[in-house]
Design a binder for this molecule. Structure first.
Ligand code: AMP
Length: 119
């Protein structure tokens, strides 16, 4: 989709600060970080929300989760067996959640203490 910001990153038209890439996923630093580590994980294929990708391609949805874990490990936030110091995974779907880019993305957040619920 030529009007989608994240599709333009996948195509190379815009160059994000890439931290990890696989055949089907891309992870890059958020331009407006909300924590010392704030990385977005996206599928290269366009899907609007996490629900949409889970319905259309469950394997790809699983790959997104695996990519998020791999980024967390790469950033020193914890392994699958030992999530220390820990990290948060967020995905926003729709207007009330504040989704501003309509290409599914997982926010990997860490590097500071976080309260729940978030503001
Ligand atoms: P959301 O509000 O969940 O849709 O998140 C969209 C995220 O994309 C926000 O955290 C933005 O800071 C981030 N963002 C917007 N433009 C860029 C960009 N050019 N490079 C990296 N992150 C971006």
């Amino acid at each position: 989709m030529s009007d989608c910001l994240f599709c333009r990153m996948v195509s190379g038209e815009i160059a994000p600060d890439v931290v990890r890439e696989t055949d089907r996923t891309l992870a890059f630093r958020d331009v407006n970080p909300q924590a010392p580590t704030h990385v977005l994980v996206i599928p290269k294929e366009h899907h609007a929300t996490v629900g949409a990708v889970a319905a259309a391609d469950p394997q790809l949805a699983a790959e997104l989760l695996g990519a998020a874990q791999a980024v967390a490990e790469q950033e020193g936030l914890g392994t699958a067996d030992s999530p220390e110091p820990g990290w948060r995974l967020v995905t926003n779907s729709g207007p009330q959640a504040g989704q501003s880019v309509h290409h599914v993305h997982l926010h990997v957040l860490g590097g500071r203490g976080m309260t729940w619920p978030p503001g």
